[in-house]
Design a protein around this ligand. Structure first.
Ligand code: HEC
Length: 108
């Protein structure tokens, strides 16, 4: 009987581990593309983007690496609570953290 109880626990713990591991590292697809789309691109897009800051052109990891200065500036404005404007949709702290972590060192 004890055997059965132990066997029954194995798949559960394996699943719990797998479920947790991938969430650790932010990726462009998960933490950057959706973030700027949801919180920045409604204003910062196209030829009339405020101050010429156009986040809509960042569509891939390659774009993001090319525009890293622009992303760094965005992180600074977000951390200083200057962006997004108070009247706009605000990102959650966890979303900001994943976004800024990726900008600081992400490459994929
Ligand atoms: C509701 C519209 C709106 C949204 C949404 C918005 N911004 Fe802005 N942003 C502005 C306006 C307008 C300015 C120019 C005036 C100012 O600096 O307040 C600006 C300026 C900036 C600047 C300064 C550029 C410069 O060189 O002076 C940065 C950087 C910036 N935004 C980043 C962001 C980021 C990153 C996001 C998303 C998290 C974002 N903004 C979301 C409207 C918006």
């Amino acid at each position: 009987m004890r055997w059965l109880a132990i066997l029954a626990l194995i798949p559960i713990s394996a699943f719990a581990f797998q479920g947790k591991a991938p969430a650790q590292k932010p990726t462009f697809e998960k933490s950057v593309a959706p973030f700027i789309k949801k919180y920045c691109v409604s204003c910062h897009a196209g030829p009339y983007a405020p101050d010429g800051v156009d986040y809509s052109k960042i569509k891939s990891v390659a774009d993001a690496n090319k525009e890293r200065a622009l992303l760094n500036k965005g992180v600074k404005y977000i951390n200083n609570k200057k962006m997004p404007p108070k009247t706009a949709l605000q990102p959650k702290p966890a979303e900001v953290k994943a976004f800024s972590d990726w900008v600081a060192k992400g490459k994929d």
